[in-house]
Design a protein around this ligand. Sequence first.
Ligand SMILES: O=P(O)(O)OC[C@H]1O[C@H](OP(=O)(O)OP(=O)(O)O)[C@H](O)[C@@H]1O
Ligand SMILES: O=c1cc[nH]c(=O)[nH]1
Ligand SMILES: [Mg+2]
Length: 219
Amino acid sequence: MYIHNLSLQNSVLNTFISEMRDLGIQKDRMRFRRNIERIGAILAYEISKSLSYKTSTVKTPLAHCTMDLMENDIVLCSILRAGVPLHNGLLNYFDKAENAFISAYRHHKENPENFEIIVEYLACPDLENKTLILADPMLATGQSMVATFEALKPFGKPKDVHLVSVIGANDGVDYVKNNFCKNTHLWIATIDDTLNSKGYIVPGLGDAGDLAFGKKLQQ
Ligand SMILES: O=P(O)(O)OC[C@H]1O[C@H](OP(=O)(O)OP(=O)(O)O)[C@H](O)[C@@H]1O
Ligand SMILES: O=c1cc[nH]c(=O)[nH]1
Ligand SMILES: [Mg+2]
C-alpha cells in the first residue's frame, strides 16, 4: 500500500486538524464539519496528481489551447455518517464523480469494548474499471473500511482504489494494509499512535459522527 501522510509536511492542513481535535473549538459543529470538508478538498487535490490524464483541446475566445485534463472515471464512496462532510469536500474538486453511499456503524454488544460493524444501506453505481475513492474521516481499527470494500465487491472490480481519511491509528493503517491490494493508495491527513480499549483513536478527536451531527442513542 502507498501511504500518503500529509501532516509530515508543514501546511495549513495542520491548522484544520488541530481545530478538529481542540476540545473547545470542536464544540462548534459547523466549524468541525467545515474543517473536514476543507481537508477533503486538500486530499482531493493531492489525489488528483496521481490520476490518469488525457490531452484535450479547449477553444478560448482567441485561439485553441491544448491541455492535459483528468479522466472522469471516479466513483466517490463515503461511509455514513461522518463521511458526509468529507464526501462534500472531495466532491468540490471531483465535481463530475459518480457517487456511492454506505452505512457502516459500530454495534456495541454487551460491553463498550466489544463491537461489530453493521453494514445496512448501500447505493452504488457500476464500479467496473473505475477509480474508486473510499472515504471515512476516522480510520481506527480499519474494520469499517474493510467491511465496506467487501460489500462493494458485487458492483464490479475498480481499476484502482484510493482510501481517504482524516485521522488514522497505526493499528487501523496496518489492518487496511493487510486487507487491501498492494497497489491501493491511502491518503490521510495524519496518523496517531494508539487506540484505547473502546477502539477510539488516541489522542484522536473523539467521536467524529457525534461531533459533526450530534449524539445518537445507542442501538
Ligand atoms: O476503523 P473503525 O474501527 O471501523 O472505526 C471507524 C468508524 O467509526 C466511526 O463511525 P461510527 O461507527 O462512530 O458511526 P457514525 O459515523 O455514525 O458516528 C467512523 O466514522 C468510522 O466509520
Ligand atoms: O476515535 C474514533 C474511532 C472511531 N470513530 C470515531 O469517530 N472516533
Ligand atoms: Mg460515531
